[in-house]
Design a protein around this ligand. Structure first.
Ligand SMILES: O=c1[nH]c(=O)c2ncn([C@@H]3O[C@H](COP(=O)(O)OP(=O)(O)OP(=O)(O)O)[C@@H](O)[C@H]3O)c2[nH]1
Ligand SMILES: [Mg+2]
Length: 189
């Protein structure tokens, strides 16, 4: 049964702000700031495990999200490890990684996982968008937004409302919204 409210567990205030904007008027959103351990594995495995850990800690229903940035030239890496690549190398370093490759394309992947509680299996909602890695343009206040270009604009240059209509996060939450509205077909599995 789709829930009447969501408890989004994240340590990232920028993610939270986007999720609040995208789900505004759709479902009441609570949030708890917890930095959950993240395993190594496939995108889906990481989100499923994150969701189970969150549900066990909270002892209740939870929504979590994991974001990946996958370079096509790197066969999907850095993927779920983008946070550590970004922290260590910065925007310039991410560009430098791709100097040896003609293909600068990248996929931003957002995977939400929801579960009703510790004894329940999580369900997954995934959104992907393809763009390319470019030298940083726009404000540098959210992750790799300034180096991910989609349709001529980096996500950092893009109006927030526009990003939140078309982004990897918006696509994933579009599926979650359909599920909330009662359509099981919305899920990405
Ligand atoms: O430019 C960006 N535009 C986005 O739309 C976006 N979404 C996430 N990120 C960054 O990518 C890494 C994901 O790691 P991540 O999913 O583990 O997130 P996190 O650890 O910050 O929070 P959480 O795991 O507590 O929810 C972190 O460095 C995030 O800052 C983004 N950067
Ligand atoms: Mg994290």
């Amino acid at each position: 049964m789709p829930p009447k409210e969501l408890n989004f567990i994240t340590s990232n205030c920028n993610k939270l702000a986007e999720v609040q904007m995208i789900l505004s008027g759709i479902v009441p959103l609570k949030s708890q700031n917890l930095d959950l351990p993240e395993i190594q594995g496939t995108i889906k495995e990481i989100s499923l495990d994150k969701c189970k850990r969150a549900a066990a800690l909270i002892q209740g229903p939870v929504l979590v999200e994991d974001t990946c940035l996958c370079f096509n030239a790197f066969k999907e890496l850095p993927g779920p490890y983008i946070k550590w690549f970004l922290q260590t190398l910065g925007h310039e370093g991410l560009n430098n990684l791709l100097v040896a490759y003609e293909d600068k394309s990248a996929q931003a992947v957002c995977t939400f996982a929801y579960c009703e509680g510790p004894e329940h299996d999580p369900i997954i909602f995934e959104g992907r968008i393809t763009g390319k890695i470019v030298p940083a343009r726009g404000p540098a206040d959210f992750g790799w937004d300034a180096v991910f270009e989609f349709d001529g604009e980096t996500f950092a240059e893009m109006d927030k409302q526009k990003k939140n209509k078309l982004s990897h996060r918006a696509i994933a939450l579009g599926k979650l919204k359909k599920w909330l509205a009662g359509s099981d077909l919305a899920r990405s599995e």
